[in-house]
Design a protein around this ligand. Structure first.
Ligand code: MGD
Ligand code: MGD
Ligand code: SF4
Ligand code: MO
Length: 750
């Protein structure tokens, strides 16, 4: 593979270098982007950026090449009566969209319109969308793909601490003595953070790394201890660790007494999880569990992350809470090197949650708290009756599309036809509505189904903010103009609000701004005094410093490295973002019920639950478990990375990883085509035979959702979700393996 991402010497002579931020993942690396004559030409890491100090990963280096791809949309398109698409003017497209929305609302009420958005847009865009949906149209149907990603993060932080907002900083990985990566393949998915961890590893105080993953991933291979947990048994493992901490007295009694509630119940719940019992349930040898607990319990500073191996499993919120509990037990939170790091994946999933484009309310306000809603209504100058509606989750939105209650669906910054579980039903739902798709690329699986396609600007072509996993708000800069007539999502949303005549209480336009900078000012005012307080930030400050961590206000003018340094948690009824939910049923306590059980004195909750078997049962007909996930070279449904030659060449097509002994038993050789059959749906792809997956497990990368290829991991995802966060279970399907005709061993070295 020719290294085309690195420009040849001399090729960039005379280029203009613009400071910005990588647009791909939640690490938020600082970059400088090269452009010549209005075209992107290259990229380099920003050496003065606190996140990456010049480093970049393969996707970060390659991303600029996607912008100029011929599949970029340059004009809006309308679907004609015969089903074909025709190009049209912006005015024609937007008139049609506004009319469909107006008609749906006048005939069926605001609930007939829905928005499914993203973790990859800009803060200013989410905020505007959130305001339009809630305060303009009054529809509760707004959620984002973070439902598939970090919905569990938000719920677990609310349940344990009272509000969303990950407490730690990336610097904690360098200050830690022990790093626990729970269902997080950091080497491939958080590349630059992994480089920082590796640098710490070769420094004077190398941290011990524990990787908890059924597969021997690149992360697990480099870890000091790999706990190869059986898929779907996370909570049994973490309960085992909690029990060891309690039995060995590796906990901080004074911290627990002063700052938490629930110790007795916790001790009772975890008591059955002896090392031997945990070995039986999870397959992790008792001695390894004991070692892990000892490292965690006796290291002065511990940082843990959870990611999709936790969030996309059943009992997801409970497991994430149990990791929070582990840190609370030891008082290892709010100090350097100490944090339960409920992680993020997408570059701006934090902003979706902060601004309320995901079903939460802006500023982590509690939709069920009338005081919070009155405050928001006042700041937006709209009737309070429009607000405080119970959030509707993405699976419920798709269900209502399927059933016909939702008539118009606007999809922006996500590709559900290739990433949403229960794919056949998802496709049917998308076909059953008036579908508006806003995307930079015309060739996505979702755009192919659109009634109206609106071409958008993408990274490098618009300005705004993205907040990374450590609460650092970074500025992303416009470097070049978007192609053809493509417009930024912000411009499109502002135009839509004008066409829909959305107004505030005094009859003035609801959205009074049009530029990103003005939108940011509006958000600053909305967030002032809330937990994610941005009021002290400015674009200039973000650009100069390489981002600022919220809260940033008069009290913290330089931002905040760590939350809960003073361990007072917002669990009081008047502060809490949402009421405690039952981990088995998902039942949320009413504000009245919550008052009776709320912890007093700003205490956090020590939470966990008993292990339950996954619901998609393994049996004689479906004897294997399929898990899905990512590879370092690709970003999700590959709308960008498939268009970067060296990334596409490194991982051109899908595969199914099968354990060598399982393959032998089934008479399958490396490269043979196999069919993976689940209770719902199937996948056909070549078998990659090896030792990286354990016995009884197959792994399918989820990047290859192309309808034609039949390799979509979501075709076999069961219709199951975590009861609390409603995050779908995309990491566990009971399956069988069948050999089919054909071979494709594309990974053979030349
Ligand atoms: N290269 C690349 N990087 C990315 C992305 C990308 O698409 N490509 N996407 C970004 C986004 S949005 C996200 S959310 C993150 C996701 O980052 P990760 O969560 O690290 O990625 P995944 O591969 O989805 O899942 C992680 C691991 O979970 C393991 N796993 C499966 N089942 C279980 C289980 O029951 N228990 C445990 N403990 N582990 C299990 C899988 O084997 C897998 O290695 O990555 C971000 N970074
Ligand atoms: N089986 C399985 N399924 C999964 C997962 C898994 O591990 N396994 N992971 C889940 C997770 S964690 C995630 S985050 C999701 C990701 O799922 P998706 O959100 O569907 O993934 P992407 O391919 O990133 O889609 C983003 C879309 O936004 C477009 N886009 C990019 N920039 C812009 C912009 O500026 N404006 C607009 N309007 N559009 C833009 C891109 O072209 C692309 O079409 O997938 C989920 N699905
Ligand atoms: S680690 Fe994430 S933010 Fe950094 S270069 Fe890679 S994709 Fe971009
Ligand atoms: Mo994600």
């Amino acid at each position: 593979v020719k290294p085309r991402t690195m420009a040849r010497v001399g090729e960039l002579a005379g280029a203009k270098w613009t400071k910005s931020t990588c647009g791909l993942c939640s690490i938020g690396c600082g970059v400088e982007v090269a452009s010549i004559d209005g075209e992107l030409r290259g990229i380099r890491g920003r050496s003065d950026h606190p996140v990456n100090l010049g480093r970049l990963g393969p996707k970060g280096l390659g991303q600029w090449q996607a912008n100029a791809h011929p599949s970029r949309g340059t004009t809006p398109r309308l679907r004609g009566p015969e089903g074909g698409w025709s190009e049209c003017s912006w005015d024609a497209a937007m008139t049609r969209v506004a009319r469909e929305i107006d008609d749906a609302i006048s005939m069926h009420g605001p609930g007939a319109v829905a928005f499914y958005n993203s973790g990859q847009l800009l803060l200013e865009e989410y905020y505007t969308l959130s305001k339009i949906a809630r305060a303009g149209l009054g529809t509760p149907n707004i959620d984002s793909n973070t439902r598939l990603c970090t919905a569990t993060v938000a719920e677990s932080l609310v349940a344990s601490f009272g509000a969303d907002g990950p407490p730690g900083s990336f610097a904690d990985f360098e200050a830690a003595d022990c790093i626990v990566l729970f269902g997080h393949n950091a080497a491939e998915q958080s590349t630059v953070l992994w480089m920082r961890i590796m640098a710490a590893k070769s420094g004077p105080r190398p941290p011990k790394i524990i990787a908890i993953d059924p597969r021997r991933t690149a992360t697990a291979a480099a870890a000091d201890l790999h706990l190869a947990v059986r898929p779907g048994t996370n909570i049994a493992l973490i309960n085992g660790i909690l029990r060891q901490l309690i039995h060995k007295r590796w906990f901080d009694r004074a911290f627990i007494q002063a700052n938490t509630v629930g110790f007795e119940e916790l001790a009772r719940t975890v008591e059955p999880y002896s090392p031997a019992k945990v070995e039986e349930l999870t397959g992790v040898p008792a001695s390894k569990l004991e070692t892990a607990a000892e490292w965690i319990g006796t290291s002065p500073a511990v940082v843990s992350t959870c990611l999709q191996g936790v969030y996309q499993s059943h009992q997801a919120t409970a497991t994430a809470c149990a990791v929070n509990t582990m840190h609370l037990l030891m008082g290892k939170i709010g100090k350097p090197g100490c944090a339960p790091f409920q992680f993020a994946g997408q570059p701006s999933s934090m902003n979706t949650r902060e601004t309320g484009a995901d079903g939460a309310y802006p500023g982590y306000r509690n939709w069920a708290n009338p005081t919070h809603m009155k405050d928001l209504a006042k700041r937006w100058n709209v009737p309070v009756e429009l607000l405080g509606k119970k959030p509707v989750t993405a699976p419920e939105i798709f269900e209502q599309c399927f059933e016909g209650q939702i008539r118009v669906l606007v999809v922006l910054g996500t590709n559900p036809a290739a990433s949403f579980p229960d794919r056949d039903r998802t496709l049917a739902a998308l076909r059953n509505v008036f579908l508006v798709v806003m995307d930079p690329f015309m060739d996505t699986e979702t755009a192919a189904l659109a009634d109206v396609y609106l071409p958008t600007a993408m990274w490098g072509e618009k300005t705004g903010c993205m907040t990374n996993a450590e609460r650092r708000c970074n500025l992303v800069e416009k470097v070049i103009e978007p192609p053809g007539e493509a417009k930024s999502d912000l411009e499109i949303l502002v135009d839509l609000s004008r066409r829909l005549n959305l107004v505030d209480k005094s009859g003035a336009p609801l959205i009074q701004y049009s530029s990103p900078a003005e939108a940011f000012e509006d958000w600053k005012a909305c967030s002032a005094g809330t937990i994610p307080d941005y009021s002290g930030m400015s674009y200039k400050m973000l650009a100069e410093r390489g981002g600022v961590q919220w809260p940033c206000n008069k009290e913290h003018p330089d931002g905040t490295e760590r939350l809960y340094v003073d361990p007072t948690f917002p669990t009081a009824p008047e502060l809490v973002e949402g009421a405690l939910k039952d981990f088995q049923t998902g039942h949320a306590h009413t504000p009245h019920e919550y008052k009776a059980i709320a912890p007093d004195g700003g205490r956090a909750r020590l939470l966990t639950v008993a292990f339950e078997e996954p619901l998609d049962t393994v049996d004689a007909s479906f004897p294997f478990v399929a898990i899905s996930g990512r590879q370092v070279y690709h970003w999700h449904t590959r709308t960008k990375t498939a268009k970067v030659p060296e990334l596409a060449e490194a991982a051109p097509r899908g595969f199914v990883a099968i354990f060598a002994r399982d393959a032998t038993k089934l008479g399958i050789e490396d490269g043979d085509m196999v069919r993976i059959v689940a209770r719902r749906g199937q996948v056909i792809a070549p078998a990659k035979v090896g030792e990286n997956v354990p016995e009884g497990v197959v792994f399918i990368p989820f990047h290859y959702g192309d309808l034609a290829l039949d390799a979509s991991a979501d075709a076999i995802a069961p219709d199951l979700a975590d009861p609390v966060s409603k995050q779908p279970v995309q990491k566990y399907s009971a399956v069988r393996i069948e050999r089919v005709d054909g071979r494709d061993r594309w990974w053979r070295e030349p």
